[in-house]
Every structure is written in structure tokens, then in C-alpha cells.
Design a protein around this ligand. Sequence first.
Ligand code: ZN
Length: 465
Amino acid sequence: MGNLRTALYAYLITKHEGGDFILRIEDTDQERLVEGATEVIYATLRKCGLNWDEGPDLGGPVGPYIQTQRRDLYAKYAQLLLDTGHAYRCFCTKERLDALHNENGLGGYDGHCRTLSQKEIGEKLSAGVPYVIRQKIPREGHTTFHDVVFGDITVENATLDDQVLIKSDGLPTYNFANVVDDHLMGITHVVRGSEYLSSAPKYNLLYEAFGWEVPTYIHCSPVMRDAHNKMSKRKGDPSYEDLIAMGYLSEAVVNYVTLLGWSPRGEYAEREFFTLAELAEIFDIGGISKSPAIFDIEKLTYFNAHYLREMSPEAFHAAALPYIRQAVQNPALSTEEIAGLLQARCERLTDIPEKLDFFDALPDYDAGLFTNKKSKTNPEVSRRMLEAVLPALEGLADWTVDGIHDALIGLAESLEVKNATLMWPVRIAAAGKAVTPGGAVEICHILGKDECLRRLRLGLDKLGG
Ligand code: ZN
């Protein structure tokens, strides 16, 4: 969820400023590559409507857009830092580094190779000793960097680690690759999680060493599961794909997730519902909050219900159809009409099947359902109602919603009972359950005349009629 939000903010800032949204695949950490992860990124961005202007599939002026294909570039810029004394080769063995880690417990490098002579370096290189390239951080002074959300942050250089820039496999670290690429690709705004705040001063020193302009930094506080824990897919919190599988609409997720840590201001301050295009129009970086936001599935459900209601009947039918089909197989029943009953009554698409479980087959229900205080019904009243309804509907030539409605309302009038007193037993007999989407008239219509009358007769039998 945090990653999706980061992508959203990057997209919205870009589009608000009229810029180009670039998709870059960061795959230099070969140990952490996950099979299929890139496909998920593509699919999620597309489904959310975050269409990129340049990327691996589209190409563009600053490609390639996959970091492992830019390998030679990083080597070139690392060499530049070596030449200017802003980086150095470290030949330390893994054993030495592990021992160091255990000693000081922090994993900080002790600078052992900072002062190797040219002669020593030459010998190790010709002997083929593997090495990494580290950033040579000044031991004195301090570094200040600016973040749009967190303001100016100053740290003592002595507290910064001589981080690795190029690994022994020749590939850059995440930090180095991003500084180089952000500059070469003309990235103006860097949006990322606040867990990267601590590495930002080292970025600044790299930009300084290269003599490059520092981009605008926007660090976002995490998306939390509760007051104390970050959301985490590994710990079972839902990902975007999970939410879609749970019956949430992409538009609702995008709208809700944008508001996790960002608030519209001014004339839009009180508004909750925005399309992606509207968000791009009004998104201002100043509305991003420093406080962590808590992901609330109930709130997302509320957004989702709104988006379901706002769909056109055709679009809702298309979205609902797979879920309707999980419960309703009978080809004689109109799925359009069923969708019409559901649209105002469901919060998630996955709510649909259980609401429709009475259409294909009448459930085995208890006659106690015919008793309802509010509708003033009991078994005796219900039996009388069904006895009157059956001949009225049997004789009805016009089996339309209006036709059924008028027949039943007219009958209630002539029997001098409340409409509800007549409708309740009809709906119970037709559906066999107390809670249904839609009323008696709609359900009777969808079932069709024969099936409806069959069910009403069964209801009457149940009541001893
Ligand atoms: Zn070393």
C-alpha cells in the first residue's frame, strides 16, 4: 500500500506540474529480485490509470529504463568519484566486515581502506582481489538537506557511513544508481518512504561531489495498520491486488489511498471523492502530512460503496456479472435486472453472491419468517394474503414490474390492509429469506411468472393453506 501511494504521489505531482511520468525498473539488487514482480508493477500502474510517458516498454530520450541495462554508466560515474577523491576501493573480505559488524553492532564500516596507498591498491588490483567502491564521506563538518515534508535536517558527517556505491559484482547499490539516474533522467521530484530519510544526507554529498543540482525530496510517512505497526504484505495486510480480489474497485482504492497522508486544501478541503484527473488537477505537495496515516478498511469500504453507486448501470452490470454468476446460473433470469437490485445495496462486489443465493433454488426456510411485527403479519395473516395473491397473479397477463406492482397494491387496497402486510408474505414465499436485495415486486418479476407462482403455492402449503 505504501508503494502504491508513493507511485500515486509521484504521478500526481508530475501531472499537476505538466511533467512526464517516467517508469524506471530498479533491479540492481539481484538477491532481492522476485519472479514476476515487474509484471505486477506494470499491471498495477495500468489498472490504477498511472500511465507512464516513458519506460522500458515505451522507450524515450533518457533510456534504457531498466537499471541493469545501465551498468556501464554507473561504473563511469563511480570512476569519476574515485578520480576526484570522493570514493575509494575497499578490498575488505566478508569475514572482516562481519567481524566488524559483530564488534560495533551497528554495521558501520571503519574506514580501513580509506587510506590505502596507490601502491597497495595497484597490487591488490593486479592480484585480482575483489573490491567494492565506497563513498568517501568527510569525517568533519555537517550536512543539511531539505525535505518538503520534514523541512531542513542537519546531521554530523561523522555519523554517516561510508556506504557502498558499487558492489563486488559490479552493479550499483540502490542509493548510487538512483542518484546517478535521477540526475541523468532529469528527475525533478523524488518521492519515497520516510525510512529513506537517513540516507538522504549521503545523497546530498554525492550530488555535491558531482556538482549536480539536488532534486526536490518528498519523504512520506508510512501507511500504518494500526498506531504501532506499518502495513506489510508479508504480515498479511492486503496489497492492491488483494483488495481488487476482495471486491474493491480500482478507482475507490486510488481515491482512498491518495487521502492516506494527503489532504486537499482550500475550496476542496471538505471533499472526499475525486477522480484521478481531478486529483492531478488539485494535488499540492503542501498537503502531504508528516504524521503516519492509518489504513482503515471500513473507510475504504465506504469509498467503494460510493463508487459502485456512481457507476452507470451498464458498467455496474459488467463489473458485477462474474459475481452474479457465482450464485445465479439460471439463464432465464435477467442479470441486468438483478444488477439493478444490487447497485445501491452493495459495498463490495464480493458481497454479491450471498445476496442472490435464493434465485436459482428456493432455500429451505422456516415458516416463522412469515411473522413480522412491523408488517403486521403472522402465519394466519400471511396465509390469507397468499390465498388472495395467487389468483390475482395467475390472472395477470402483463408480467411486468408495473403490472405486478399495480396488481398487488390494488389487492392490498381491496383487502383493506397495509401494503407491507401483503408484500411481506409474498417476498418471503418468493425468496425464502428475510433479507433480500429488492422487494417482492422486483423478485417476482425476475423469477418469471411460472416460478414465482410455484414458490407462492409452496409458501401457502407451508402455512397449511
Ligand atoms: Zn575496506
